[in-house]
Design a protein around this ligand. Structure first.
Ligand code: S3P
Length: 182
């Protein structure tokens, strides 16, 4: 950190596609560091009083994205440092969200292949964007739309397909220590 510029808050923020392991890794990091974990999807569900699939079905994706941006803005205003923050896979779609995420702390992109995403999400009905007959095409399209946005938001990228959760967690902890000590 150069003289005069403020230190970033010591949060670790996880971004990445659906099924990239954000919530699981957030739990591991939370256990390792003793920092509380926050999940933006869980905050939206709590506030809306219904599951994400019902928000999409009854109010539409745009309404969900508004809730997501509001939750993120409020989180930045109210959040003390030292938290692990897991986010929804599409949160990087809006530039205002990307800026907030980078201000909130060390941002890690959990990179995952389309094949691995299919394996991890095919039995879940909780992700409305993947509830269709051509999941592979949807995943590839969304990955193409989002890849550069994840990249532009993240301080660190981790290819996760071949790694265990503890390996990913250890990598993040080492990089975060370096990031916050600069
Ligand atoms: C979404 C990802 C979901 C959830 C919503 C939309 C997306 O979160 O926010 O279904 O647009 O990729 P996870 O990435 O935690 O599944």
């Amino acid at each position: 950190m150069t003289a005069g510029s403020p230190s970033p808050p010591k949060n670790i923020v996880l971004i990445g596609f659906m099924g990239s392991g954000k919530s699981s890794i957030a739990r591991e990091l939370s256990g390792a560091l003793g920092y509380p974990m926050i999940d933006t999807d869980a905050l939206i569900v709590e506030r809306a009083g219904k599951p994400i699939r019902d928000i999409f079905a009854q109010e539409g994706e745009d309404a969900f994205r508004e809730m997501e941006s509001t939750v993120l803005r409020e989180l930045e205003e109210s959040l003390p440092p030292h938290h692990i923050i897991a986010t929804g896979g599409g949160i990087i779609g809006r530039s205002a969200n990307r800026e907030i995420l980078r201000r909130m702390g060390f941002v890690v992109w959990l990179v995952v292949s389309a094949e691995e995403i299919i394996k991890r999400t095919e039995n879940s009905r909780e992700r409305p964007l993947l509830n269709n007959n051509n999941q592979m095409e949807t995943i590839n399209r969304l990955l193409d739309e989002r890849r550069e946005l994840y990249r532009a938001t993240a301080h660190q990228e981790i290819e996760t397909d071949e790694l265990t959760f503890p390996e990913i967690t250890t990598g993040i902890l080492e990089s975060a220590r370096y990031f916050f000590s600069e």
